[in-house]
Design a protein around this ligand. Sequence first.
Ligand code: HEC
Ligand code: HEC
Length: 326
Amino acid sequence: MSSGWSLYVTLITVVFMGAACWLVWWQRKGPPGNVGAGESMGHDFDGIQELNNPLPRWWLGTFVGAVIFAAVYLVLYPGLGAYPGLLGWSSRGEYDGEIKDVEAKYGPLYDRYGAMAIPDLLAEEPALRIGERIFANNCSRCHGADARGGVGFPNLTDGDWLFGGEPDVIETTILGGRIGMMPAFAPAIGGEAGIPAVVAYVRSLSGNSGDPQLIEQGKAKFASVCFACHGADGKGNKILGAPNLTDDIWLFGGTPDDVAYGLRNGRRSQMPAHADLLDKRKVHLAAAYVYSLSHGLSEESEHARGAVSPAHPDADKEHDEQRKSR
Ligand code: HEC
Ligand code: HEC
C-alpha cells in the first residue's frame, strides 16, 4: 500500500469512528428542532406517537464498548492503513506458520521419499498414497480421477506414451510441461481430395479395414509428409510427442472424422509446467504414482489399495472400447 492510500484509509477509519461517537453524544445533549426529552417528535400514526427519549443505557454501554474494542483492536492488529499493529500479526504470517508446522511434521517424510528412486517407491505404500492425493488435487481435472484421460488428455495408465514413460521422463514432463503440435496438413496432401486416402491409410495402420486403392495412395502421401514426425513406420516420435499411429490408441479419437479433423485443423495440446506450482518432492511423488499406474503393481496390491480398481471386472475393457470408438 502506498503511503497516500495508507493515510487515506487511516483518515477514513478514524474520522468515521469519531463521527459515530459525536453523533451519539450530540443526540444525548439536544435533539434536532429543540424538542425536549419525552416530547413528541410530531410523527403520529393511528394514535401511536414517536417520542424523543434518550437512548437506553445498555445500548449506549454496548456502543461505547464496541468503540473501545475497535480502538484496542486497531492498535494491536493491522487495520489502520499500512500500520502493522503492535502484535505484528498478518494473514501471510499465519499461513507461513501453518506451512512451517506442516513442513516440520511431513518434511522428513518428503525428504526421504524425494531422495528415493521412483522404481523403489513402488514398494512404499504411503509414498504412492501421497502421490495419489497430489494427483487428485493437481492432475485429475485434466487426466481424470482414474488417470485414464479423455479426448485430448492422454491416458496415463495404459503404458502407451507420447513423450516416454521412463521415471525421469515422466518427472521432466511434469516439471517442464509439454507442448504437442501438429500443423494443419490438408494442403500438403492435396487438400480435401487427398484426405480420404491418408485417413484410410492411417486407420489401416491400426488394423482397420478400408479401400485398398485408397490405402495405397495414402501410404505414398504419408511417406512424403507424415513420416517426418510420426516415423516411416507410423510408430511416432517421443521427442516431439507425435503419437504412435499403429496401436489403435487414440488421443483425439480414431474415427475417419476424427482423423480428418486433425488433418484439416491441426492438433495442439499443452501439458502445463508444474515446477513453479508444486514442491519438487511432490512432483517426484506424483511421478512415482503415475509410473505405478502402468508398472509393476500387481492386480492384488492395486485392489488392496482400493484406488483405481474398476467397479466391476469388465469396466476396464469397456473403457478401452469407449476410447477406441471415440
Ligand atoms: C491443464 C490440464 C493438465 C493438467 C492440470 C495436467 N496435465 Fe498432464 N497433460 C495434459 C495434456 C493435454 C497432455 C498431453 C500433451 C501433449 O499431447 O503434448 C499431458 C501429458 C502428460 C504426460 C505425458 C504423457 C505421455 O504419454 O507421455 C504426463 C506423464 C502427465 N501429463 C502427467 C501429469 C501430472 C502428474 C499432472 C499433475 C501434476 C498433470 N499431468 C497435470 C494436460 C494436463
Ligand atoms: C511436425 C510434426 C508432425 C507431422 C509432419 C505430422 N504430425 Fe500428426 N501429430 C503430430 C503431433 C505432435 C501430434 C500430437 C498433437 C497433440 O498432442 O496435440 C500429432 C497427432 C496426430 C494424430 C492424432 C493421433 C491420436 O492419437 O489421436 C493423427 C491421426 C496424426 N497426427 C496424423 C498425421 C498425418 C496423417 C500426418 C501427415 C499428413 C501427420 N500427422 C503429420 C506431429 C506431426
